[in-house]
Unconditional design. Structure first.
Length: 264
């Protein structure tokens, strides 16, 4: 039994739990120790489920929030599964194709690339986020939870305005893909909506939730959780939204935060 009330901790993946393309040993050790102390630790990521590779999960987690709230799992139980209606996928891809915007569709089992995407990625350094081969957009696929778009002269604000009411857009969540990349997600679906579902299911009060993140798609998580923690190399807007700022992922920020918050 831990001497502290049970907490429910949500970890962003890229730039938070991962440093580059690896998990710092101190972060994995902190996760194991916190869970041994009776706390719940979940991954909370914009990645599709298929991109949460076994080596990322190796330390052991109590659940996963994937696709920035589109998929919520505690243990093996799926608590929420939110996806684009097929006609919305068709409308979105048609509009993007007409404007020459390269994109990929994220499903639980695969990433589906537009015809122009792989040509654009030839000039981008290898990304741990994209360590699996793409499937064609036109191939048989499961439910689409997000659309990632890059490589366009079309301003993100124009895309946002076109899909207002159906889709929200978050800009520049993968810095290596340029300032004009973004993620299209269902309006009202974000990390905090997934966290609320998971916490309610586990019977954990909002005050006893802790979120760790580094990107703009973590802002709702940091605002909703009882304690929001920003990594040391996070954008200023993320640090400003946090209750606590720790070192970067590479410099042991997860272990530092877990220790300061009494999880370990």
């Amino acid at each position: 039994m831990t001497a502290h009330p049970r907490k429910m901790v949500f970890l962003d993946v890229d730039g938070t739990y991962l440093a580059g393309d690896s998990v710092p040993p101190s972060a994995a050790d902190a996760v194991r120790a916190a869970r041994a102390n009776g706390h719940l630790v979940l991954l909370c990521t914009g990645r599709a489920l298929v991109q949460i590779y076994p080596w990322i999960r190796e330390a052991g987690f109590d659940g996963i929030i994937a696709a920035a709230g589109g998929m919520v799992m505690v243990g093996e139980e799926v608590l929420a599964s939110r996806a684009f209606a097929p006609e919305l996928v068709d409308r979105a891809t048609t509009w993007l194709d007409e404007r020459g915007i390269a994109y990929w569709l994220e499903t639980d089992a695969a990433l589906h690339a537009s015809a122009s995407l792989e040509r654009l990625l030839e000039d981008v350094p290898p990304q741990p986020y994209l360590a699996i081969p793409f499937e064609p957009v036109g191939s048989e696929r499961g439910e689409v939870r997000k659309i990632i778009l890059i490589g366009s002269d079309t301003p993100l604000d124009e895309t946002r305005a076109h899909f207002a009411g159906d889709l929200d857009i978050i800009g520049a969540t993968i810095p290596a893909l340029g300032d004009n990349m973004g993620e299209l997600a269902l309006t009202g679906v974000h990390k905090a909506t997934g966290i609320e579902i998971a916490a309610r299911h586990a019977g954990v009060d909002r005050a006893d939730t802790i979120g760790f993140g580094d990107g703009t798609n973590d802002l709702e998580m940091l605002a909703w959780c009882g304690v929001g923690v920003a990594m040391g190399d996070a954008a200023d807007v993320v640090k400003d939204a946090a209750d606590l700022v720790v070192a970067s992922a590479a410099d042991g920020g997860i272990a530092e935060g877990f220790a300061k918050l009494g999880l370990i």
